[in-house]
Design a protein around this ligand. Structure first.
Ligand code: PDD
Length: 293
């Protein structure tokens, strides 16, 4: 079964799928994207991802290439045609193809590309041990609320993380506060037991997983503070975790080589992960060992 991609109205073999060299996505990173996770054949948090896509397009004044309704249909077609039960579905929209010139082209149809990649989600080991993060200065632009395909700082950040044996790099603003991971939102549980994550603003991407977790935490009666936290506070946290479409809720057990709490995944992160997995319609494939409670 060949992998299938969608490019501007056609379903094509993934290996031979192309866009033009004068596509503004290639020339200027003039485009946006979304990553929707497919869990057991179902699109997780689909409405939230489409709402954020609409917002990103609107902020950059890029027109919808197809109606949202048609896009939903294409997304389902991609899942079916690729026969993937657990997958990451990427939607990318650029301002389209035009002779190279910085200003918006007078006439250009936006380019729409969808790709689908099989995924195994988190390994039992990652869930049992948690993952290490390192920290780096946040060198990104100031419209991080737009899910732009311009991702160079995150490419460099993730590479640094990998070279230091870490899973993710948390980005730190000049004022010493943690903004977010390179491809995830950052959370801590304070010494006093409050769940903390940074408020949505132009300084972070307002994660769809993040938004669902805030609602789920409220339903569970978990004490929650939506505020910026410093790296110092993170070092002293009882628990930490990251959230994103691809990692759901993934415990962070060390920051810059320092153990978080007792160095094991904590109960609040586990509770939220279970709640999120139920929300997307599937229990976690591997229950977490009780001794880490
Ligand atoms: N990344 N912050 C950044 C900078 C991100 O790139 C992402 C998502 C998130 C989490 O957002 P969400 O919960 O909507 O996935 C936060 C996706 C998964 C990616 O680029 O692969």
């Amino acid at each position: 079964m060949p992998r299938i991609a969608y490019v501007d109205g056609r379903y094509v073999p993934h290996d031979s799928a192309t866009v033009h060299i004068e596509d503004r996505g290639f020339q200027f990173a003039d485009g946006v994207y979304e990553v929707v996770t497919v869990v057991n054949g179902r699109l997780a948090d689909e409405e939230g991802h489409l709402a954020r896509l609409a917002r990103s397009l609107d902020e950059l004044r890029i027109a919808w290439p197809v109606t949202p309704q048609t896009l939903k249909m294409i997304m389902r077609q991609m899942v079916v045609r690729n026969r993937m039960a657990d997958a990451l579905l990427y939607i990318q929209i650029t301002r389209g193809r035009a002779p190279r010139d910085f200003k918006f082209p007078a006439k250009a149809a936006p380019t729409l590309v969808l790709t689908c990649r099989r995924t195994k989600f988190q390994s039992p080991r990652q869930l049992a041990d948690g993952v290490p993060v390192v920290t780096i200065p946040d060198i990104r632009w100031l419209r991080r609320d737009i899910k732009s395909v311009s991702l160079l700082p995150q490419v460099l950040g993730k590479q640094q993380a990998v070279e230091k044996g870490a899973f993710e790099a948390w980005q730190i603003d000049p004022d010493g506060t943690v903004t977010e991971g390179c491809s995830s939102n950052a959370w801590i549980v304070t010494e006093a037991g409050a769940l903390v994550t940074r408020p949505a603003s132009s300084l972070i991407l307002n994660g769809i997983t993040r938004q669902s977790l805030i609602r789920l935490a409220a339903g569970l009666g978990i004490p929650f503070e939506e505020r910026a936290f410093t790296l110092d506070e993170a070092y002293r946290a009882k628990e930490a975790f990251i959230s994103s479409a691809s990692t759901f809720v993934l415990p962070v057990t060390s920051i810059d080589g320092k153990p978080v709490g007792n160095g094991k995944p904590g109960p609040l992160g586990r509770q939220l992960r279970q709640a999120y997995m139920n929300h997307v319609g599937t229990p976690d494939p591997v229950p977490l060992p009780a001794e880490n409670a």
